[in-house]
Ligand binder design. Structure first.
Ligand SMILES: [Mg+2]
Length: 271
């Protein structure tokens, strides 16, 4: 991976005159990772910047998050942005609203797993189950490190029968284990879906997608955009499919500000 802030001159040439579709993860990308998801904050400066990008006709902005749709909409709270919640299973924005179909009994399965997890882990401090309606997240960032093997064992015991029968899918994250619908859908699929939709709406010109994210679920988007746009990992790793990286949330801000200053004045409005 290359450090994107060192490559800006080259990138500037490649982006000149192009319409940009910005796909942004939220936690760890726009907001610092904190102990519990309700404490995450997007700074006022970042919100102002996002708003300027969203209001500018040269860009489209989509927030692609693992949070529930209502949660991510409230967290960001800006208009003219496309919001995708539950890792792409829900979507809502100007002229678009959609929820991916899930198997009939999936929500019953989630309910049963939730009861089991809460029951078996109720005595462990720093663990909680977040019900996101279409997915279930077991958070253990605040748990004692020595308890983590036990927490993971309980999780796997609670899901294994549903997993082998393809009733659910499992997705690991940062101090989190998630249960998702057993459908082949992810952040990569929703990004391609939104890009295709935007291209169909556009009169002319090329759309360049830019994806910024820090989590394992963002890798699906990095993979599908590999030869199509800019992919930027937030943090340090040796195993990302992204072409570029920034070090942290601040780096994301600096890059987005640069994008606004470099492309914002031109008229490359598509629709
Ligand atoms: Mg993230």
């Amino acid at each position: 991976m290359r450090y994107i802030l060192n490559d800006l001159e080259k990138i500037k040439k490649n982006l000149a005159g192009k319409y940009l579709f910005l796909f942004l993860d939220c936690d760890g990308t726009l907001a610092h990772i904190v102990d519990t998801p309700d404490k995450a904050v997007i700074s006022p400066e970042t919100k102002r910047l996002l708003n300027s990008l969203a209001e500018n006709k040269n860009y489209k902005v989509a927030i692609i998050s693992g949070r529930a749709l209502a949660d991510i909409k409230e967290k960001v709270g800006l208009k003219n942005i496309i919001y995708s919640g539950n890792h792409g299973f829900q979507i809502e924005g100007p002229k678009v609203k959609h929820e991916m179909a899930v198997p009939l009994n999936y929500k019953n399965v989630l309910r049963r797993i939730k009861i089991q997890l809460e029951d078996k882990l109720s005595g462990i401090k720093g663990v909680f189950v977040e019900d996101k309606k279409l997915s279930l997240a077991l958070h253990f960032r605040l748990a004692d490190k020595r308890q983590i093997p036990f927490i993971k064992t309980v999780f796997h015991e609670s899901v294994i029968l549903y997993l082998v029968r393809n009733k659910i899918k499992i997705s690991p994250g940062k101090k989190i284990l998630e249960i998702m619908p057993p459908v082949h859908w992810n952040k990569g699929k929703i990004v391609l879906w939104l890009l295709a939709r935007q291209e169909a709406l556009s009169k002319n010109g090329k759309i360049v997608p830019i994806y910024i994210g820090d989590d394992l679920t963002d890798e699906d988007a990095f993979k599908v955009l590999k030869n199509r746009g800019l992919t930027i990992f937030v943090g340090s790793t040796n195993s990302s499919h992204a072409k570029y990286y920034v070090k942290d949330v601040k780096g994301v801000y600096v890059f987005l500000k640069w994008i606004l200053n470099n492309q914002g004045e031109k008229q490359i409005c598509q629709n």
